[in-house]
Structure formats: structure tokens, C-alpha cells
Design a protein around this ligand. Structure first.
Ligand code: C2E
Ligand code: MG
Ligand code: MG
Ligand code: MG
Length: 288
């Protein structure tokens, strides 16, 4: 651990720090090359309509398969992509890819794409989305953009005006991971979201005590009174499904209904190449 430097003293890097920096630089270089090398792909996780318990869309989730690192988790590479600015290129690639894929799904299926706060920096985001929609020939109402509170943290005029531009296009805006940030409720007043996505931590704790249940109940009734849809994330058990249905949650997502998988395994027209050994396959996989 490096201590704060005294005045006039040269900062000495310890070997361990150097090594860490090298590892980080190598990771960045790999990520920079990943798109051209065809290592980036998109997996799709089903979104279910609670009332009918049928699929009504998919969320696009970015995947990186490196030849020696194997599958790298988005939790690991998205922050690096944000720090380096690579997220703009990766985000645009996912947007265009997911919309092209969605063009092969039934007409009423929605497609959700996650956006990083960094993508709101420039003034080009809404133009990029418009262009991607046009290229895929998809109606804007089928696109759901998921943002987290980090987008609203700065709450610059620029960010809000981009959100309003997107909304005017007819795109729907969802607040992802709701309830995990510093000021979830106040962000709901900033912008007329179409959907609240209840963070999976609340869903996971539904059975462990009355607190999570009360919070989920509150979020769902809040959503209903604001005219917003509510999607529960991370639904893994029938008990959670029954509980959320009883509370009036309009949509659900989770391993109970399906893990994220490559487009080729969704069973719709327009599927690409099959893939094996994906990071999302696991013992509790439920086939619909
Ligand atoms: P998120 O948008 O909240 O996505 C939900 C995450 O929960 C996904 O993890 C998904 O695989 C996982 N998940 C879904 N159902 C279950 C379940 O029943 N149980 C459990 N334990 N997990 C479940 P993933 O794919 O690793 O993505 C993590 C995060 O990385 C995403 O959270 C999102 O914030 C970010 N991310 C992924 N793809 C993109 C992207 O294309 N752009 C940006 N900006 N961020 C992305
Ligand atoms: Mg999401
Ligand atoms: Mg989420
Ligand atoms: Mg998340």
C-alpha cells in the first residue's frame, strides 16, 4: 500500500503496483481488440408478461469470450469499457446487433438494451438510436432502454434532454436495478419512466423476512400509481413468482423462465450461429 507522498519526495512505485498496472493495461488492450476479433456477442434473456406467463420480449446482455481468459463477466469489463471510452463503440454495436436480431422476432416482442451513463456524455446518443432503429426497420415502441441511477446521478441538462429526445422517438425508458442506489425515489420525479425494474436483491430476499416483501409491495404500488410497468428481476422460484403475481407485478425476468442465451437458441427466425459452453448455462436452467 503506497502512503501519501511527503513534500518534495519522488513517488516510488512498488513492484506490486507496477504489476497491477500492467495487468490492467493488458486487459484494456484485449478489450480494445475484442470487437474486431469477433469476441463480443449478445445473449438474450426472456421477459415475461405476468398475467399470461408468456414471453413478450428479451433483454440484450453483452458477452465477451476471450481466447484465453474465457468468458469475462460484464461486471468486470463494462467498468473498464466506461473508463476507457470503449463503451461508446461496444454500446453502439450491441444496439445495432440487438435491433437487427429483434427484427426476426414476433412483431409484438420488445427488445431491451442497457445504456451506460458514459453514453450520455456526447449529444449523439439519440441520433445513434434513431439510426439503428431505421437500419433494423423496428418500430421505436419495441425498444426499451434500461438506465441505472448512475445516469441521473449527475442529472445534467444534457442527460435529461437526451432522455426526452429518446422518449419523443417513441422509445420506452426503464429504470434498472431500482432501489439499490442512493436516492431511488427522487430520480422517479426527474423523468417519466415507463418501467421500474425491481432489483434482484429484493426478489432474492422475499422469503427471508417481511422487510423485502414490504419494499417490493411499495415499489409495485408506486409504479402502478405512476402508470409505470414493474418488472421483477432475478425470479428463480415458483414461490417468488406467485408472491410477485399476487402483489401485481406486471412483468418478470429470471432463471425460472430462462437464462440469457445466444440468439440462435431462442427459436425465432433470423437466428445466427450456434454456440456451446456459454457462461449462462447452469444446473437450474429451465427450458420453456
Ligand atoms: P442488469 O441489466 O441488471 O442485468 C441483469 C443481470 O442479472 C444479468 O447479468 C443477468 O444475467 C442476471 N440475471 C438474470 N436473471 C437472473 C436470476 O434469476 N438470478 C441471478 N442470480 N441473476 C440473474 P449479466 O448479464 O452478468 O449483466 C450484469 C450487468 O452488466 C447488467 O445488469 C448490466 O448492468 C450490465 N450490462 C450487461 N450488458 C450490457 C450492455 O450491453 N451495456 C451496458 N451498458 N451494460 C450492460
Ligand atoms: Mg438491465
Ligand atoms: Mg438490473
Ligand atoms: Mg444490474
Amino acid at each position: 500500500q503506497a502512503k501519501a507522498d511527503g513534500k518534495g519526495r519522488a513517488r516510488l512505485f512498488e513492484p506490486a503496483m507496477d504489476a497491477h498496472l500492467l495487468v490492467r493495461k493488458a486487459f484494456e488492450a484485449d478489450l480494445r481488440a475484442a470487437l474486431q476479433r469477433g469476441e463480443i456477442s449478445v445473449h438474450y434473456q426472456p421477459l415475461l408478461d405476468t398475467a399470461t406467463r408468456s414471453i413478450c420480449g428479451y433483454e440484450a446482455l453483452m458477452r465477451w469470450q476471450h481466447p484465453t481468459r474465457g468468458w469475462v463477466s460484464p461486471a468486470e469489463f463494462i467498468p473498464v469499457a466506461e473508463d476507457t471510452g470503449l463503451i461508446d463503440a461496444l454500446g453502439e454495436w450491441v444496439m445495432r446487433h440487438a435491433l437487427q436480431e429483434a427484427a426476426g422476432w414476433p412483431d409484438h416482442f420488445t427488445v431491451a438494451v442497457n445504456l451506460s451513463a458514459v453514453q450520455f456524455r456526447g449529444a449523439t446518443l439519440s441520433r445513434m438510436v434513431m439510426s439503428a432503429l431505421a437500419a433494423a426497420g423496428i418500430s421505436p415502441g419495441r425498444l426499451h432502454l434500461e438506465i441505472t441511477e448512475s445516469v441521473l446521478l449527475a442529472a445534467s441538462e444534457q442527460t435529461l434532454s437526451t432522455l426526452h429526445q429518446l422518449k419523443e422517438l417513441g422509445v420506452r425508458i426503464a429504470m434498472d436495478d431500482f432501489g439499490t442506489g442512493y436516492s431511488s425515489l427522487s430520480y422517479l420525479r426527474c423523468f417519466p419512466f415507463d418501467t421500474i425494474k425491481i432489483d434482484q436483491s429484493f426478489v432474492r430476499d422475499l422469503s427471508t423476512g417481511p422487510e423485502a416483501l414490504s419494499v417490493v409491495q411499495l415499489i409495485i404500488s408506486l409504479g402502478a400509481s405512476l402508470g409505470m410497468e414493474t418488472t421483477a428481476e432475478g425470479v428463480e422460484t415458483e414461490a417468488q413468482y406467485a408472491c410477485l403475481q399476487a402483489l401485481g407485478c406486471t412483468h418478470m425476468q429470471g432463471y425460472l423462465f430462462g437464462r440469457p442465451k445466444p440468439a440462435s437458441e431462442l427459436g425465432h427466425v433470423g437466428a445466427g450461429m450456434p454456440q456451446d459452453g456459454t457462461p449462462d448455462s447452469g444446473p437450474s436452467q429451465t427450458l420453456l
